[in-house]
Design a protein around this ligand. Structure first.
Ligand code: C5P
Length: 243
């Protein structure tokens, strides 16, 4: 599958529908995060899923296991293809999420892919220490990725700079969803903006990413469809060249 997931960081359903109509067929799927979901609610997920789009629901659930399991079931019923929870909610919480995804599948729907958020890339070693975590961010990321795997999660979200270490620790089948894509074919249309730990599409794939989350290098381009095709081609070629 095309590994590019477009971040629909837009304020309205109208803007999201316009963007997906432009990009349909040239990307792998779309990420709906808290901005669009809070503005438009579940109907935007349902609408796009019914059009056949793969939707990564990026709401980062973090609550007691029973509540997270309920949220996962609700998101599955909307037709989300992938969704995420915070690994720092603990192994029991992630297991409850994975089991809820299994139940959704047995109810006649495809099982959604369950992804864990390890350490937010905005958290430095100092910020981690301030909340009582004294491992380095890199060590904490791998520690939580292994916990996510043990809990039955399908993969993690990780910055491009953490991808190789997670791939080594968690093996070839674990999914790694990587934002922070800049440079290479993603450089033509945008600078780094507020991203600091970045990698070009091909390099991120070579480091072991399964999917690349790309926002402004595509959504802010003068020709978003062309930008998506160029970035997808670079990503796919990098993996093909490895084989
Ligand atoms: O526009 P840009 O390509 O920077 O968008 C990246 C997307 O990935 C945004 O939706 C952002 O919130 C998300 N993201 C990120 N870094 C993380 C986790 C998610 O940039 N560590």
């Amino acid at each position: 599958m095309n590994p590019i997931l477009i971040a629909l960081d837009v304020p309205s359903a109208a803007a999201a529908l316009a963007l997906t109509d432009t990009l349909r067929g040239s990307v792998g799927g779309y990420k709906i995060g808290s901005q669009l979901f809070t503005a438009e609610g579940p109907s935007i997920v349902r609408t796009l899923a019914e059009r056949g789009d793969k939707i990564f629901l990026d709401l980062k659930f973090h609550d007691i296991p029973n509540t997270v399991a309920g949220a996962v079931e609700s998101a599955s019923h909307l037709g989300a293809w992938m969704m995420n929870v915070h690994a720092s909610g603990g192994q029991a919480m992630m297991s409850a999420a994975a089991e809820a995804a299994d139940r959704a599948a047995t109810a006649g729907r495809p099982r959604p892919l369950m992804i864990a958020v390890t350490v937010l890339t905005s958290m430095s070693a100092e910020v981690l220490a301030s909340v009582g975590v004294h491992r380095s961010p890199a060590e904490q990321v791998v520690y939580l990725a292994l916990m996510a795997k043990a809990a039955g999660m399908d993969g993690v979200v990780a910055s491009p700079l953490e991808t190789a270490a997670i791939r080594d620790a968690c093996g070839p089948d674990f999914l790694i969803v990587t934002p922070g894509i800049r440079g290479g074919s993603a450089e033509q249309t945008s600078g780094r903006q507020d991203q600091s730990r970045t990698m070009a599409p091909g390099d991120a794939m070579r480091a072991g990413a399964s999917y690349l989350v790309v926002g402004r290098p595509i959504t802010g381009a003068s020709d978003p469809r062309r930008a998506a095709q160029d970035i997808a081609a670079e990503a796919v070629a990098s993996v093909t060249n490895l084989n």
